[in-house]
Design a protein around this ligand. Structure first.
Ligand code: GDP
Ligand code: MG
Length: 369
């Protein structure tokens, strides 16, 4: 599984419109047997022109792109952390996602009711983030209640954890009470382990998705400008998508028609592609490829992954029995066209356990099980 994105936002901002458009061309589920079957969950292929080019040069029987999972998470309204709307149901969904795509209404349309009757994206963002912070505050307070008992425990490890946790939880409680996200604090390595265990919603990376009208794609409207300014401080990525336009594109049948439509609208990239690439950047993910006559496939690994870790994404046996990797870069393939030519040019290398994978590497693993 590549990336997993949860779409959140106030009601009527365009979440379901964007979700259906993004997932209108679903990935072939057979390649991903462990995915949940749920109408609010959609698997889509990661758009990657490099994989297309690899397939032109090495025609495979099967082309398998990286896959991204989107979840349409409904029910987040003011008061949700206290059980309003769908209440706590949404929380368990958000806990499972890698990155939160926070959709904000930045289009004006008198026919579409805004829950607060006015298009005010900054306060909408605050409403949602406050709910997430309150849900985390609840988690932190519950953990704090356990501390006195842990301190009295005969188990030395538990005592140690309690001593380390107490000030950390205190700091978190203070920040979350002011609706500051947990990710805005700094942590030592030991603290980071405790934090990981808490599965806090405000530790997750967020991408702000501005749902704009078509004019808003050409140049940022005042709502988008205000959001970008506010997000710059925290380094949060902001992307603009026109839900309506994505829905129109999704209704087209072939990829050629879709590309033509995009070109006519003067757009280089679909909203899907923008969002996925922002998600990869936010999570520090990258792609490497395996290529051969059976299948050409894109795999997702964290930036900084070593060759055995990359092999482990295919199969844990590949990682355990890793001997070496044969590596060249997809740009070498585009330049030299054949593996032979790449080898003659000295671009095909044998790499060992310490090799750090680069985005766009084409890898072949030798292993022993
Ligand atoms: N004008 C306009 N309307 C939109 C856009 N995106 C969604 N809508 C409309 O807004 C309403 C709510 O959209 P929906 O996707 O159901 O919102 P959700 O509650 O966030 O899932 C629907 O009537 C959509 O057709 C957009 O980009 N422009
Ligand atoms: Mg919806």
């Amino acid at each position: 599984m590549g990336m997993n994105c949860g779409i959140v936002g106030l009601p009527n901002v365009g979440k379901s419109t964007i979700f259906s458009a993004l997932t209108s061309a679903p990935a072939e589920a057979a390649n991903y047997p462990f995915c949940t079957i749920d109408p609010n969950v959609g698997l889509v292929n990661m758009p990657d022109k490099r994989l297309d080019k690899i397939c032109e040069i090495i025609p495979p029987q099967k082309r398998i792109p990286a896959v991204v999972e989107f979840v349409d998470i409904a029910g987040l309204v003011a008061g949700a952390s206290k059980g309003e709307g769908l209440g706590n149901q949404f929380l368990s969904h958000i806990r499972q996602v890698g990155v939160i795509c926070h959709v904000v209404r930045c289009f004006e349309d008198a026919n579409i009711i805004h829950v607060n009757n006015v298009v005010a994206p900054l306060s909408d963002i605050e409403t949602i983030n406050t709910e997430l912070a309150l849900a985390d505050l609840d988690t932190v307070e519950k953990r704090l209640e356990k501390i006195p008992k842990m301190l009295r425990s005969p188990d030395k490890d538990m005592q140690k954890e309690a001593k380390l946790s107490e000030p950390l939880l205190g700091r978190l409680k203070e920040a979350l009470s002011e609706a500051k996200p947990a990710r805005s604090l700094e942590y030592t390595n030991d603290e980071a382990l405790i934090i990981r265990d808490l599965h806090l919603l405000t530790m997750k990376k967020q991408i702000i998705v501005c749902n704009v009208d078509e004019a808003g794609l050409e140049s940022d409207n005042e709502h988008v400008k205000a959001i970008k300014e506010a997000c710059a401080a925290e380094g949060t990525l902001v992307v603009t998508i026109c839900g309506q336009l994505e829905a129109d594109i999704a209704a087209l049948e072939t990829q050629e028609e879709k590309d033509e439509f995009l070109a006519e609208a003067g757009l280089e990239e679909s909203g899907l592609s923008k969002l996925i690439h922002a998600g990869y950047a936010a999570l520090g993910l990258q792609t490497y490829f395996t290529a051969g006559t059976d299948e050409n496939r894109a795999w997702t690994v964290p930036v900084g992954a070593t060759a055995p870790e990359a092999a482990g994404v295919i199969h844990t046996d590949f990682q355990r029995g890793f001997i070496k990797a044969e590596v060249y870069h997809c740009e070498d393939l585009f330049e030299f066209k054949t593996e032979d030519a790449i080898r003659k040019a000295g671009k095909l290398r044998q790499e060992g356990k310490g090799y750090v994978v680069k985005d766009g590497d084409i890898m072949h693993f030798k292993f022993n099980v």
